[in-house]
Design a protein around this ligand. Structure first.
Ligand code: Z5A
Length: 216
């Protein structure tokens, strides 16, 4: 799909550190271009209402998959496409790779069904660049537990899932990255935040077509 903007997504299992790094990346890019920061599920008024349901209500796994894509369609129509048409840089905290990983892999809905919805809802729209924050699960779980203790916030439906669920989710993410190495850069998120920033700068520098210059 041709547009003047740039569509960047950040992904990873919960606690991998993507939100922390995304904040830094958005600040760096904002010095050069107009940045629209957004997230999934969510990003629109309707999408945020669906997010509440998705994160807290028990539901059939196919219902969950369909609602993810319903929220996504609204997000694409109301936020992503208009921003890309303006020439902005859209940075989304999660997008369809998350559905492949969490619903397709973690929940076991299967990649074929997710693919059908992806084609229907997105048409030709794909991220131009994706950062996949990867950590072994014991580290991710420890970070989530430490944060929950610090903030006193209850874990949501996904954060309460089993180790085995997250193992399948992480494996599906890594499989997606293996299939699209030009689009998806794997960031070793076990490292310090400074090192993570260096890895992000390098991954961007290796993709000259993005036309972004981020100081390490
Ligand atoms: N979901 C889905 O199932 N299907 C879909 O299609 C989509 C989503 C789109 C909400 O996502 C849920 O929706 C998500 C999957 C599902 N599951 N859950 N839960 P979310 O992105 O809003 O929620 P999240 O994954 O839980 O995000 P998060 O908790 O913010 O995790 P994070 O962004 O990866 O981590 P973080 O907040 O940046 O860092 C976690 C902690 O680690 C924090 O205390 C940091 O200070 C610390 N941290 C970060 N980086 C480091 C480094 N490098 N070293 C040491 N400590 C660090």
């Amino acid at each position: 799909m041709t547009h003047q903007g740039l569509f960047i997504t950040v992904e990873g299992v919960d606690g991998a550190g993507k939100s922390t790094a995304m904040e830094w990346l958005a600040e760096q890019i904002a010095a050069q271009r107009t940045v629209v920061r957004t997230r999934e599920p969510g990003g629109t008024a309707l999408g945020e209402r669906l997010r509440e349901l998705l994160l807290h209500e028990k539901m059939d796994l196919e219902t969950e998959t369909l609602l993810m894509f319903a929220a996504r369609r609204e997000h694409i129509a109301q936020v992503i496409l208009p921003a890309l048409a303006r020439g902005d840089v859209v940075i989304s905290d999660r997008f369809t790779d998350a559905t492949f990983a969490y619903q397709g892999g973690g929940r076991g809905v299967g990649f074929d069904k997710v693919l059908i919805l992806e084609n229907w809802v997105q048409g030709e729209l794909q991220p131009d660049f994706t950062l996949l924050f990867d950590v072994p699960l014991n580290i991710a779980r420890a970070r989530i537990a430490a944060r929950a203790k610090q903030t006193n916030e209850a874990l949501d439906k996904f954060e309460n899932e089993s180790f085995e669920f997250f193992r399948r989710t992480r494996e599906a993410y890594l499989k997606r990255a293996e299939a699209a190495p030009q689009r998806i850069a794997i960031i070793d998120s076990t490292q310090s935040l400074d090192d993570v920033k260096r890895q992000i700068s390098q991954a961007i520098a290796q993709r000259a077509h993005l036309n972004l210059h981020i100081a390490p």
